[in-house]
Design a protein around this ligand. Structure first.
Ligand code: GLY
Length: 326
């Protein structure tokens, strides 16, 4: 018997863990059920403004959702650019279980979701979140130009928007000043030692319409090799996508690195490949098949919600990338 374990990104990972944990303990429960229900709880929670129902909008003010779920290289499913359904992690699972494909996008994913009995329901950012999304992505200096192009966003002076918007939502599950709190990424290990991973997001705040990030792409946002381990990513998808971040973390463990060493290698690779990354965040959780886990990030601020039979903890990982210059 393996010890069950549930690891979820950010403080809203606590919402995920609360929903997922009972599925790891149930006699017929599984890591896959735990991951699905963990992500789904965050998708449905209106306090979380970067995933699911209240997701972050794109440049046109529309929310599109991406998700993926994975048991192994041969058992994974994903959806991207979904605008008419909220429970995208469950739709991704159906792609894995009911189709010969891995990834469905846009209208095709929505037609499939409807055929599977999911209820059409468009995610909607609230107005304050939409405003913040535009400002975060384009910078305060471009704010006037953005508003001029899109009359749906009311004119707001600098001093009026930022402090209020950045105060975010309530601590449990809400956003705070760090805009990189984006994806719910979950890794589970059940009593049989089965590993599963999933992620769900509305993607980058103020993204170009049609942009898809790392989360629904196997190898970038998540990866599971049952004989080695699992990894999930959160942060600016373009950083993970430059280096196949989650795949690289699992491959590091395959070569004998510990989860911590594997993540450190991935962070170094991002730094080498993207010297002009600015302050963009990239963060990872990795778990090996023996149950050892680690987390790390390019920048401070990352948190991991950790659930074991001993209880729940919100952990701030020690591993934060440093290029030695500080
Ligand atoms: N990590 C989520 C995204 O960049 O879309």
């Amino acid at each position: 018997m393996a010890e069950p374990l549930l690891l979820s990104t950010w403080h809203f990972g606590q919402i995920a863990n609360r929903a997922g944990w009972p599925h790891l303990l149930a006699p017929d429960g599984s890591a896959l059920d735990a991951v699905e229900q963990a992500c789904r709880a965050v998708e449905e929670d209106p306090r979380v403004t970067s995933v699911g129902y209240r997701g972050l909008p794109d440049l046109k003010g529309q929310v599109s959702l991406d998700a993926a779920i994975m048991l192994s290289p041969n058992r994974c499913g994903a959806v991207a650019y979904v605008r008419r359904f909220v429970e995208v992690i469950s739709i991704a699972r159906r792609v894995m279980e009911q189709t010969p494909h891995v990834l469905l996008v846009g209208e095709g994913a929505e037609i499939f979701a409807q055929s599977q009995g999911f209820r059409p329901r468009s995610p909607r950012a609230d107005e304050r979140t939409a405003e913040l999304a535009l400002c975060e992505h384009h910078g305060a200096e471009d704010r006037e130009a953005i508003h001029a192009r899109d009359p749906r966003h009311p004119h707001v002076k600098d001093g009026e928007t930022s402090p209020e918007a950045h105060s975010g939502l309530a601590a449990d599950g809400g956003r705070d000043a760090d805009s990189s709190h984006d994806t719910i990424g979950v890794i589970a290990r059940d009593c049989r030692g089965t590993l599963a991973a999933g992620c769900s997001t509305s993607g980058l705040a103020g993204k170009m319409p049609g942009r898809v990030g790392d989360s629904p792409i196997v190898g970038h946002g998540l990866y599971v090799d049952p004989g080695v381990g699992a990894a999930v990513a959160t942060g600016h998808g373009e950083l993970m996508m430059a280096i196949c971040g989650s795949f690289l973390a699992v491959e590091g463990m395959r070569r004998g690195l510990s989860p911590q060493e594997a993540i450190a290698e991935v962070l170094r690779r991002i730094a080498e490949c993207i010297p002009d990354r600015g302050d963009r965040q990239a963060a990872f959780i990795a778990l090996d098949k023996a149950g050892k886990w680690a987390a790390g990030a390019m920048r401070p601020g990352f948190q991991v919600a950790v659930r074991t039979p001993a209880g729940e903890q919100l952990v701030i990982p020690d591993l934060v990338f440093s290029d030695g210059s500080d």
